[in-house]
Design a protein around this ligand. Structure first.
Ligand SMILES: C[S@@+](CC[C@H](N)C(=O)[O-])C[C@H]1O[C@@H](n2cnc3c(N)ncnc32)[C@H](O)[C@@H]1O
Length: 173
C-alpha cells in the first residue's frame, strides 16, 4: 500500500478551518470530526481479524468508513461490505489503493448515510469513530438489526487499556 502520510497531512491542512468544508458538514448533518483513526494496513487488518467470526459471510455496512481501508480488510471475511462515507476528500487520498486493491465485494457509497436509507440493508452495521457517536447510533438502526460499535466495545472491555482522551470523549456523548 502506498504511504498515505503526506497525502493525508495535505488533506488535513486543506480541511482545517475551511468554511466550505464546515458548510458541507452542516448541509449533510455530519457531526463527527474529519479525523481518521484507521489509516494503515496493520490497524485495519487487526480490527478486521478481531471481527472475523462475527462478520464471516455476512453483509456489512460500514458507516463513516473514512478512506475505506477497514472496508477493504472486512471484505476478506464478509460476503459483501458497503462502505458509506460522506466526506469527498478521503476517496481522493485513497484512490491509488482503490485502483490497486478494491475487490468486487466491497462497494463504496459516497454521500451521507441517510441518502441510502431504505435502499440497502445488511446483517450488520459497523462504525469506527470517537466522535459523533450518538448520530451514528441513529443511523445504524436504519440499516441493520445488529450493530458493532468498534471502539465502544473495546472501551467497554477494558477502558484502562485504551486512549484516555477517547474514553473521556465517549462519556460526553
Ligand atoms: C472520526 S471519522 C472516522 C473515519 C474512519 N472510520 C476511521 O476510523 O478512520 C468519522 C467519519 O464518519 C463520516 N460520517 C459522519 N457522519 C456521516 C454520515 N451521516 N454519513 C456518512 N459518513 C459520515 C465522516 O465524514 C468521517 O469521515
Amino acid at each position: 500500500m502506498p504511504d498515505l502520510h503526506d497525502t493525508l497531512e495535505a488533506l488535513y491542512e486543506t480541511l482545517e478551518g475551511s468554511e466550505m468544508a464546515e458548510e458541507y458538514s452542516r448541509r449533510h448533518d455530519i457531526e463527527s470530526l474529519a479525523v481518521l483513526t484507521i489509516y494503515n494496513n496493520e490497524t485495519a487488518k487487526l480490527v478486521a481479524r478481531s471481527l472475523a467470526p462475527r462478520i464471516e459471510d455476512k453483509r456489512v455496512i460500514e458507516i463513516g468508513g473514512g478512506i475505506g481501508l477497514l472496508a477493504l480488510h472486512l471484505g476478506v471475511y464478509a460476503e459483501h461490505v458497503y462502505c458509506i462515507e460522506a466526506n469527498p476528500g478521503w476517496s481522493w487520498a485513497f484512490v491509488g489503493c482503490l485502483y490497486a486493491g478494491k475487490p468486487k465485494n466491497v462497494s463504496y457509497l459516497f454521500g451521507a448515510a441517510d441518502e441510502f436509507a431504505g435502499q440497502i440493508t445488511a446483517d450488520i452495521a459497523l462504525c469506527c469513530t470517537h466522535s459523533g457517536v450518538m448520530e451514528m447510533k441513529r443511523l445504524w438502526a436504519l440499516f441493520a438489526p445488529e450493530v458493532i460499535d468498534v471502539y465502544g466495545e473495546i472501551i467497554n472491555d477494558g477502558p484502562e487499556g485504551f486512549d484516555q482522551l477517547a474514553v473521556a470523549l465517549r462519556k460526553l456523548q
